[in-house]
Design a binder for this molecule. Sequence first.
Ligand SMILES: Cc1cn([C@H]2C[C@H](O)[C@@H](COP(=O)(O)OP(=O)(O)OP(=O)(O)O)O2)c(=O)[nH]c1=O
Length: 195
Amino acid sequence: MLNKLLKDYNIVLGSNSPRRKQYLTDLGFSFTVRASDIDESYPEELVREQITDYIAKAKADAIELQHDNEIIITSDTTVWNNHTSLGKPENRDEAYTMLKSLCGHEHEVISSVCLKSKDRVSVFHCITKVSFSDLSDEALYFYIDQYKPYDKAGAYGIQEWIGLVGIDRIDGSYTNIVGLPTKELVEELLKFIKK
Ligand SMILES: Cc1cn([C@H]2C[C@H](O)[C@@H](COP(=O)(O)OP(=O)(O)OP(=O)(O)O)O2)c(=O)[nH]c1=O
């Protein structure tokens, strides 16, 4: 159904994330992948969704449009906790510090998505609240050592073991936590091609 609506466009996913690829596939899109590998730094005055909006757009800007009918989709996800943005942990200690800082309270997961065509750019974001339970150090180290969450913002994947045992509740989109707010993406894409 979505392919029919988008028949005049070539969708290009600008991402190396297997989860984003899977979600686009599950949505039923035909698409190609053309990812960039940018430096994900951002101006230090930015906060919350300003950070992910900025990086999602930078990811799109780093990808060249090859045809007039292409729409490039890029996304960026961060964990916003205690006024701090948690990206991907660089090592075991950093992963532990991040997870420990999430335990026992609520944080926000923010994903921004950038849609870019020959003549337009649109960025939107989606925020989900996630409450972590107070996990033991043993559980945190078990998760880090078994799952090596070094490719995940905030050092966790809700779709993994820690999501099964350590999350009290979420408020908002689940797919947004995993890196791509699918319902919002479809809505925004349909608006984007109507303009
Ligand atoms: C919080 C959380 C994040 N994540 C993932 C989503 C993102 O892929 C990743 C954050 O890194 P991103 O920089 O958003 O994306 P990426 O490097 O994986 O892919 P690309 O830039 O090529 O598009 O963390 C989960 O899979 N589960 C979770 O519960």
